[in-house]
Write a protein that binds this ligand. Structure first.
Ligand code: LRH
Length: 495
């Protein structure tokens, strides 16, 4: 029995999972879960990296206490684009910024002053979007250049924490593709691009392929946690790459959908799709664990619901998952729609008010009750996925028959059913812990326990259960889609 630790850090919580692989069965067990949200101070949003690392160590201590000895390796996956800076001595330089910080909007303007969207997309294959690492760096370079002057290394979040465990500085390929600073063809940092934005070349720790063994856990960590040295692997550092690896896709007519704070909907392709159309429709090309690419659309996802629930909690009228589902059921369908990917939804102070404002501005009826608000969000998300699927089919020339949904978001059964209805495609939902499972698969590949992703996906199919949702009510959803597409033709600041 091989046992590995998978740290999956998300933008609302993080967890340590223990994976057990018997040779033909994979099992995953949650050891520790903790809250992780950006912290607002001095006018910026930061990640509390010290708390994150401390929680990770708590996770290991818990695992040891539960008697999980003989761990073969450990790997970390996280959300994309964010990074930490290190001094020459290897100490952390300031708190890492969150991509929700509004500096990214200044950043994207600065980047576009020097690089056209066409050039940007052509080099990196990544959709020009404010959240990209390059925008943060451009904003920091303008506002606080001393920070970059003092920096000796830049490590993306999974690699930053892997460094804290192993002492080895390297940026793994899949997470590096989210920066839009990587030359997608050469699979390494684009030096010209770094020059254009005066990012000191030396700070970009080298790019390593997924599955690279960085080295054993540091002696100081072993002593503190009372463990034997454990190999730290740079598996696939990006949570979405992990999710794709662990979704039981049957063939290339299956799309993947990783559902969490963000919802990433895409297909695995051999070559990046870098065309006028893919740029115009806001698609992006990121790396997969096995050397291919993920053609996908980054969509706002359950963030919209999480933020509304936060507002209601603050008002003292928070709701549970069960109430959420009941409210959606009661609310009138197809009242109003929003384009979930408008920049205004990236980090508003009050998401409920923002959604109401957008409905009003677009001359639709304004949702008032919790059920109405939730229904606007869920129906709009589902309709947006039809929009994405249809465009993806045009870009690849392949019809999508099935959508494999995974991640915490599939616990929302309305989201799964609405996605099936809006797209009129079968939805196969599961597993929930898809990023942690993918993280473990990355380690098992590196350890030579499994041979390729096809094998990994059949292992997932035989080890975990899924739920199938068949499309319903085609006529009503067709009419809704026509209204939705008319709406998103207006005010398209971000598709
Ligand atoms: C989802 C995700 C997504 C984006 C975003 C910043 O967790 O990784 O793919 O990169 O975070």
């Amino acid at each position: 029995m091989k046992k590995v630790w998978a740290f999956d850090l998300g933008a609302s919580n993080g967890r340590l999972m223990l994976s057990k692989f018997s040779g033909d069965h994979l099992e995953i067990e949650e050891v520790h879960r903790f809250k992780n949200e950006p912290v607002f101070l001095t006018s910026h949003y930061y990640w509390d990296i010290l708390k994150i690392f401390d929680e990770m160590k708590t996770g290991i201590l818990k695992s040891v206490k539960q008697g999980h000895g003989d761990i073969s390796s450990v790997a970390v996956d996280t959300w994309g684009v964010d990074f930490g800076l290190l001094t020459k001595q290897g100490e952390i330089l300031g708190n890492p910024f969150s991509y929700r910080d509004s500096q990214t909007f200044r950043g994207i303007n600065l980047v576009l002053q020097k690089l056209s969207a066409n050039e940007w997309f052509g080099i990196s294959g990544v959709e020009p979007a404010p959240i990209n690492t390059i925008c943060q760096l451009a904003a920091i370079q303008e506002r606080n250049p001393e920070l970059l002057e003092q920096a000796n290394s830049l490590l993306l979040t999974p690699n930053l924490v892997s460094y804290l465990f192993s002492g080895v500085k390297a940026n793994e390929f899949t997470i590096s593709t989210t920066t839009s600073m990587l030359n997608i063809e050469q699979r390494t940092w684009d030096e010209e691009l770094l020059d254009t934005f005066q990012i000191p070349k030396g700070i970009m720790a080298p790019v390593v392929e997924p599955g690279t063994v960085l080295g054993p856990t540091l002696e100081s960590i072993n002593q503190e946690l009372n463990i034997n040295p454990v190999p730290v692997i740079a598996g696939a550092g990006h949570d979405t790459a992990c999710a794709l690896a662990a979704l039981p896709l049957k063939d290339d007519h299956s799309a993947f959908m990783s559902c969490g704070t963000w919802i990433l909907l895409g297909v695995q392709v051999k070559e990046p799709v870098i065309t006028k159309q893919s740029l115009e429709w806001g698609f992006t090309n990121e790396g997969t664990m096995d050397g291919d690419y993920r053609l996908l659309k980054n969509s706002m996802g359950l963030w919209l619901i999480q933020q509304c629930k936060k507002v209601w909690e603050k008002e003292g009228s928070g709701i549970s998952y069960t109430e959420e589902a009941a409210f959606v059921k009661e609310a009138k369908p197809f009242q109003s729609f929003i384009n979930p990917d408008l920049d205004v939804f990236l980090n508003p102070i009050d998401m409920v008010k923002k959604i109401q404002n957008v409905c009003q501005e677009t001359h639709q009826s304004v949702p008032e009750t919790k059920g109405e608000i939730l229904r606007v969000i869920l129906e709009s998300l589902a309709l947006k996925y039809r929009w994405v699927i249809e465009r993806m089919e045009q870009l690849t020339g392949k019809r999508i028959h099935v959508i494999n949904m995974g991640g915490g978001g599939i616990q929302n059964e309305w989201l799964c059913q609405f996605t099936a209805n809006a797209t009129q495609r079968q939805v196969v939902a599961g597993p929930i812990e898809v990023s942690s499972i993918g993280n473990s698969i990355g380690q098992l590949l590196a350890l030579g326990e499994i041979n390729n992703l096809a094998e990994a996906r059949s292992l997932v199919a035989s080890s975990f259960t899924t739920t199938t949702y068949e499309p319903e009510n085609p006529g009503e959803w067709q009419q809704a889609y026509e209204r939705f597409t008319d709406l998103i033709k207006q005010g398209r600041n971000h598709l």
